[in-house]
Write a protein that binds this ligand. Structure first.
Ligand SMILES: [Zn+2]
Length: 277
């Protein structure tokens, strides 16, 4: 398995960077409790020793991050190791697995979405301790939703979780909401997000011609008819017939004739079709 990210990248902090504070053991970084594995070590906390944390980071990369990066080359890591101070500073949860080098946050810089990574990892039977679909309501891209994944040296639980500020989304999952979290979700369901906002595109139908989808009522398919010459073409109008199919694509209603309509009239035909089923 290829190695993609260096240790330096794994302890990089954009927060420190933004403030022109260097990482990787710089005195300046240490002054503000910078981001060097081992900084939090005390004799009663051997689990915070530099060597232990670096081993954890390497295991995490080998077992989780590298396979994901191989499948999705557009994945980048935004946060892996965080010292206690940095973790507190950026608002990470107490006892965050990032403080042990167990956890990585992954985001796409390009086309695919956080839910794809999440579901792919589940399907691949990749071993992990916890995977979180983080704030899907933030949308896609580098500043959007991300996937948190962790790997420990033993007792990896394959625990899946959702983090979201949307109570509607939590309700759709129907489990127990603990703060912003809900645990043991089976998959990431992007359609739960789409249905939630009025400003996003409607869910994509299975049928390429479907103009409108209504849950439980089947698919409203607009069928356009084109004449070979333009004689019957009325500007801004379409010659259509409305067909309604159920989820298995059986036709359950079809209008008897083709009608010239503009957009508003098309809705009237769809409304009429709805009443017929
Ligand atoms: Zn994280």
């Amino acid at each position: 398995m290829a190695t993609f990210f260096s240790l330096k990248q794994c302890i990089y902090s954009s927060t420190l960077d933004k403030n022109s504070i260097f990482y990787c053991g710089d005195e300046e970084a240490k002054l503000i409790g910078g981001n060097v594995p081992g900084d939090d070590y005390t004799p009663d906390r051997p689990d915070l020793e530099q060597e232990v944390i670096i081993t954890n980071i390497n295991n995490l990369m080998n077992k989780c991050v590298n396979p994901i990066k191989t499948q999705y080359p557009d994945v980048v890591i935004t946060s892996v190791y965080r010292s206690k101070t940095l973790n507190k500073y950026i608002g990470g949860v107490d006892e965050s697995q990032h403080m042990y080098g167990y956890a990585s946050d992954l985001v796409s810089i390009n086309n695919f979405k956080s839910y794809e990574i999440f579901n792919w990892v589940i399907d691949q039977n990749i071993d992990f301790d916890q995977m979180i679909w983080e704030f899907p309501e933030k949308g896609n891209g580098i500043n959007g939703s991300w996937v948190h994944i962790s790997y420990k040296s033993n007792n990896n639980r394959r625990k899946t979780s959702l983090a979201s500020k949307s109570s509607t989304l939590h309700k759709k999952y129907g489990g127990v909401q603990i703060g912003e979290y809900q645990h043991d979700i089976k998959r990431a369901y992007p359609e739960y997000i789409m249905e939630e906002s009025e400003n996003v595109e409607p869910p994509v139908s299975k049928h390429p011609n479907a103009d409108q989808v209504e849950k439980g009522n089947g698919f409203y398919v607009i069928i356009e008819k084109q004449y070979e010459n333009d004689t019957y073409n009325v500007s801004d109008s379409r010659l259509i017939s409305v067909e309604v199919k159920d989820e298995d694509m059986n036709v359950i209603y079809k209008s008897e004739t083709y009608t010239y309509v503009n957009e508003g009239q098309q809705q009237t035909l769809i409304d009429y079709a709805k009443k017929q089923i």
